[in-house]
Design a protein around this ligand. Structure first.
Ligand SMILES: Cc1cc2nc3c(=O)[nH]c(=O)nc-3n(C[C@H](O)[C@H](O)[C@H](O)COP(=O)(O)OP(=O)(O)OC[C@H]3O[C@@H](n4cnc5c(N)ncnc54)[C@H](O)[C@@H]3O)c2cc1C
Length: 378
């Protein structure tokens, strides 16, 4: 926006004192390729283009990137059909994707386990999300944006926005508040039928010196859910992690123990979870009960051990940095929104569902949102 409108005075508020305290700094750091999503979705287009753009960005800026590629494996003969579905989605989205035999898969990653066949995605890679964030913040500052870390949006009164540093009167307000996006949007008359439900992603990190992996290894996901299942990820430094889980969290920033507990959020989220549970939308009951078992380290290890040889608990002694997905739910229909979602008018704009792979999509998604904002303000 700042580059398009050189004279505009854009201010970025961030309630935390540093960048990356939430999803953008706590994700798997995987640049996805774009073969999970149907061709008519925003995610399909922005993942493919976002992967290419962030890859070039990292190369230009000298930011670490591990172009390790990814294998998607079938754990059972039934899952081989799922591979075929992903392959056809990948082709429809114009994403490079190869169907290979289990022997070929083992040449790419000697530890992989798969039934008959696998998919190889050469463009899936790993980046350091915090390094990318730092670089984007520096770009924003250089473009002329005023950046205010440690300053929270508190509420609004008419056209005045209350912040923790005092009132401001913006000509236009853009809300990309992640886990709090629905709350901010409601104050501006949006998100009436939407609410955030947080899902916690736990990771286990490999101990230094444990047997390495060459490629990311993912299972065939349940395509009716927005989560990809516990997988093996290789970081920029070659270290492996197992996870993430998708455990329903009971308040928005429930990273560990009672941290950032808010009673009002507990009530609101329990009501939303209960709606999903009763309606059993997208198999939420099974998902919730299954995922609650994933608090046990042994369970995450055993799920990952279905994907690769030689995964032992002793090699994954540490919990990594947990992340929380801000998943949007249609509270009237008790349905999870699978695609990106935003609403706005000539005064404000609200990014309601910037779910995974929102990090991969960031650059083309941001350009698309800037187009939408310009259209609304005309
Ligand atoms: C466990 C996990 C794994 C993931 N893995 C991947 C992956 O491998 N690849 C991928 O592409 N995507 C991944 N994602 C998705 C990706 O991380 C998100 O889509 C993306 O980071 C969302 O960015 P965001 O800016 O909307 O949210 P956030 O990064 O959460 O940013 C929102 C910001 O708003 C601030 N904020 C909130 N309220 C206020 C307020 N009142 N005032 C001021 N500031 C406020 C917050 O402090 C926060 O910094 C993953 C997500 C999770 C949780």
């Amino acid at each position: 926006m700042q580059r398009r409108h050189r004279g505009a005075a854009i201010t970025l508020l961030e309630k935390e004192p540093v960048w990356g305290r939430h999803a953008s700094g706590r994700n798997s750091g995987v640049l996805h390729a774009g073969f999970y999503y149907t061709a008519d979705s925003l995610k399909a287009r922005f993942t493919r283009d976002g992967n290419a753009r962030l890859t070039s960005y990292c190369n230009e800026r000298g930011l670490p990137i591990n172009r390790c590629g990814k294998l998607v494996v079938a754990r059972t003969p039934a899952e081989v059909t799922g591979l075929a579905q992903l392959l056809s989605r990948g082709r429809a989205n114009g994403v490079p994707l190869e169907e290979i035999s289990s022997a070929e898969a083992r040449q790419l990653e000697p530890r992989v386990k798969t039934c008959e066949r696998a998919l190889f995605s050469p463009t899936t890679s790993a980046v350091d999300p915090l390094a990318v964030l730092q670089s984007l913040v520096a770009d924003a500052a250089q473009a002329g944006i005023t950046i205010m870390p440690g300053v929270a949006y508190v509420g609004r009164a008419g056209r005045t926005v209350r912040t923790s540093a005092g009132p401001v009167s913006p000509g236009y307000c853009i809300n990309a508040a992640g886990l709090y996006a629905d709350r901010v949007a409601r104050e501006w008359g949006f998100a009436e039928r939407w609410g955030i439900v947080p899902f916690k992603g736990l990771y286990l990190s490999a101990r230094p010196g444990s047997p390495p992996f060459q490629r990311h290894i993912y299972p065939v996901p349940e395509l009716s859910r927005p989560f990809l299942g516990v997988h093996v990820t290789v970081g920029v430094d070659g270290g492996a992690t197992l996870g993430p889980t998708a455990i329903p969290a009971f308040w928005r920033e429930q990273y560990s123990g009672w941290s950032r507990f808010r009673l009002s959020e507990l009530g609101e989220i329990l009501v939303r979870d209960a709606g999903l549970f009763l309606r059993n939308a997208f198999g939420f009951r099974a998902l919730a009960l299954d995922e609650l078992r994933n608090y046990r380290r042994g369970r995450i290890v055993s799920l990952a051990a279905e994907l690769a040889e030689g995964i032992h608990r002793a090699d994954f002694p540490r919990w990594g940095r947990a992340g929380i997905r801000a998943q949007l739910v249609d509270v009237r229909e008790n349905r999870l929104e699978m695609d990106f979602k935003y609403e706005g008018d000539d005064r404000s704009f609200h990014v309601l569902n910037a779910v995974s792979p929102g990090f991969t999509c960031a650059l083309p998604f941001a350009a698309h949102l800037a187009d939408e904002i310009e259209r609304l303000r005309r």
